[in-house]
Write a protein that binds this ligand. Structure first.
Ligand code: SF4
Length: 335
């Protein structure tokens, strides 16, 4: 069955749209089908560039991966894996992925095979653009990655989890490499990507978001603007209430700040905030549909590229799509 580019909404998708519409066009439309050998050269290039990641984004992805593995192991065996073993594994995994990217194996090896992610797969922005990566920067990223994993082992969330039934844990399965939780909303596919869900000993329904912000407060993990965290948690609450049928006052939302020793912040959900987040999603869909032919989200056909204006600021040089957007020396470029 051919894959269909279904119209979807997520917080990160809307954030990209707000930041640069041309980038949004490259990411969600031009790159579509770029994995096929018979796709146009620019679609294949766009697909490759779409998958590049920055060092902070990689750090966040790797930490999420390791933490999901720790939880899966704990669920299976009934005890946490040894902290030192996990830190060693994290460092090895970091080095393997870095080497994979440095040698540009991402150009020849598929990211997914038989429905499973290749765990070593990584394509760093700097490697693709042949930009030198100072070793101190790489070492600092490794140190932050292991510190975040260590933060999990020191987090008060472990005390709370000790009282819960592991059989009821729902852990993000990163190995399948796709959104495991999605739902239909007025014709759009809404992507929810909760990191971890557990049922409290008091019957509460708890949704956890792992954070790997740096201590200087920079939100460089998900490339989203201010207030994004709160909205992200709100979308989770909407999902729990409207899709899974949990009572709003039974839902608890946690942010666990792994680079801050695993400190936790807990939020409750008010009955009327569910309708606030519902409106937020509806407005987001409406906004994104304005760049579609006839605003038709079912057909999901983008207007011509000139309807996706470029921006002009210093971020362009660090944008994945610089080569096909603004690099005047490139022979694969969309004017
Ligand atoms: S290079 Fe600049 S204008 Fe082009 S897609 Fe990226 S952010 Fe947008």
């Amino acid at each position: 069955m051919p894959l269909i580019n279904r119209f979807g909404w997520s917080l990160s998708r809307e954030a990209m749209f707000d930041e640069c519409k041309r980038r949004y066009y490259f990411h969600y439309y031009l790159s579509w089908g770029g994995w096929n050998n018979d796709a146009s050269e620019i679609a294949r290039e766009s697909f490759k560039l779409k998958r590049l990641v920055s060092l902070p984004l990689w750090r966040g992805q790797l930490v999420h991966y390791v933490v999901s593995k720790i939880l899966q192991s704990t669920k299976r065996r009934g005890k946490l894996p040894d902290r030192r073993d996990v830190l060693r594994y994290t460092e090895e995994h970091f080095n393997r992925q870095f080497e994979f990217s440095r040698t540009k194996r991402y150009l020849t090896e598929p990211k997914k095979r038989n429905g499973k992610l290749n765990r070593d797969w990584l394509a760093l922005f700097e490697h693709e653009y042949n930009i030198e990566l100072p070793s101190e920067k790489v070492s600092a990223t490794l140190a932050e990655t292991t510190a975040a994993v260590d933060g999990f082992y020191h987090s008060p969330i472990l005390e709370i989890l000790r009282e819960t039934e592991t059989s009821k844990w729902i852990i993000e399965d990163i190995d399948i490499g796709s959104f495991s939780q999605s739902f239909d909303f007025e014709g759009a596919l809404i992507h929810v990507k909760t990191d971890f869900i557990f049922r409290g000993s008091d019957g509460t329904f708890n949704i956890v978001d792992w954070k790997t912000h740096r201590r200087d407060g920079a939100n460089d993990e998900k490339e989203q603007g201010g207030g994004a965290s709160e909205i992200q948690l709100g979308v989770y609450a909407y999902y729990a209430s409207k899709v899974l049928g949990e009572e709003p006052d039974n839902i608890r939302l946690y942010e666990v700040n792994l680079l801050d020793g695993g400190s936790i912040e807990q939020y409750r959900v008010e009955e009327n905030s569910i309708s606030v987040f519902e409106s937020y999603i509806r407005n987001g869909i409406d906004k994104l549909s304005r760049v579609l032919e006839g605003h038709d989200i079912e057909a999901n056909l983008p207007l011509p590229p000139e309807n996706f204006p470029k921006i002009d600021n210093h971020n362009c040089r660090y944008c994945n799509f610089f080569r096909i957007c603004k690099d005047t020396s490139s022979n694969i470029r969309l004017q």
